[in-house]
Design a protein around this ligand. Structure first.
Ligand code: LHQ
Length: 264
């Protein structure tokens, strides 16, 4: 039997969920997204789970949407719209992360790109290994940051920095990500797993009432319109995806060439 695309490890109140498609840089296909949704739901309901950690197997956290899987979705006899795809996958994941009244920590080693980075930005806290590389990547295929990225990126990094990173898709390293507020701390790559677990354990020591109600308070104070914004973000992504630029960007990536955008 092949190994699961999502590994679960529950130790001392900390549930670690590992994206396990290392040969695809843990890019998200439907199977991984559905497994993640199901694990997050279980974690929310299980009182023994006090903290959730998200991490990736191999040399990255996640490269975002699996672009080969996306081409299959787009070219199937019954293609799904991009907005629908977002609504039934990533939007549900990030709503689950934000509404769960427990700390959700992203442990970032290696590459975090596209909606993989958006998911990390929607977590409560981020620990980065000193080998971490963050890149939005959406603009390279004619898209806007989705999965809550258009909200969390400017919230954490500021409007100017956020726009610059979204427009350029520049790769930034862990130190720069820390400097601009995208990650809480940077640790040696070799210690990322153990240091993240030790960091997570600190929140197991705190009253779960204080943890949960503080998250609810911050959500209501700063992100009261989170779910509503995701709806609008999906509509904007649908607009971005309406022309030929998206498929040109995706094909150019797969063919390892520069895209020739038509501007629509
Ligand atoms: C991949 C991927 C990948 C498949 C690397 N898929 N194979 C999307 C679509 C529509 C609607 C809604 O929203 C979304 C959400 C999104 O997430 S859009 C953004 C999707 N992600 C990207 O555009 C990132 C694409 N990947 C890259 O830019 C680079 O691969 C990064 C920066 C992630 C890593 O660069 P490198 O470290 O230089 O690795 P690499 O490029 O050589 O990739 C390694 C392999 O992984 C390679 O395959 P190969 O067979 O040549 O070894 C890539 O093709 C494959 N891969 N990302 N997303």
């Amino acid at each position: 039997m092949s190994e699961s695309v999502l590994l679960r490890d529950h130790r001392a109140g900390v549930l670690t969920l590992t994206f396990n498609r290392p040969d695809k840089l843990n890019a998200f296909n439907d199977e991984l997204t559905q497994e993640l949704l199901s694990a997050l739901g279980d974690a929310e309901r299980d009182p023994a789970v006090r903290v959730v950690v998200l991490r990736g197997a191999g040399r990255g956290f996640s490269a975002g949407q699996d672009l080969e899987a996306f081409v299959r979705l787009k070219t199937s006899p019954t293609p799904i719209s991009v907005a629908e795809h977002l609504r039934k996958s990533y939007n549900r994941v990030v709503i689950s992360i934000r509404s769960m009244e427990k700390p959700v920590i992203a442990s970032l080693g290696g590459i975090a790109a596209g909606v993989g980075l958006s998911i990390a930005l929607c977590c409560d806290l981020r620990v980065a290994g000193d080998d971490a590389v963050l890149t939005l990547g959406f603009s390279k295929i004619g898209l806007i940051p989705d999965g809550g990225g258009s909200l969390m990126l400017p919230l954490l990094a500021g409007l100017g920095r956020g726009l610059e990173l979204a427009w350029t898709s520049d790769r930034i390293d862990a130190r720069e990500a820390h400097r601009i507020g995208l990650v809480n701390k940077v640790v040696a790559a070799a210690d990322l797993e153990s240091d993240t677990h030790a960091f997570a354990r600190r929140f197991v020591e705190v009253s779960p009432i204080a943890i949960g109600l503080t998250k609810r308070a911050f959500n209501r104070a700063i992100l009261p319109g989170f779910a509503g914004w995701l709806e609008e973000e999906a509509d904007l992504q649908e607009e971005a995806a309406a022309g030929p630029d998206l498929m040109e960007g995706v094909r150019a990536f797969m063919e390892k060439r520069k895209p020739a955008f038509a501007g629509r």
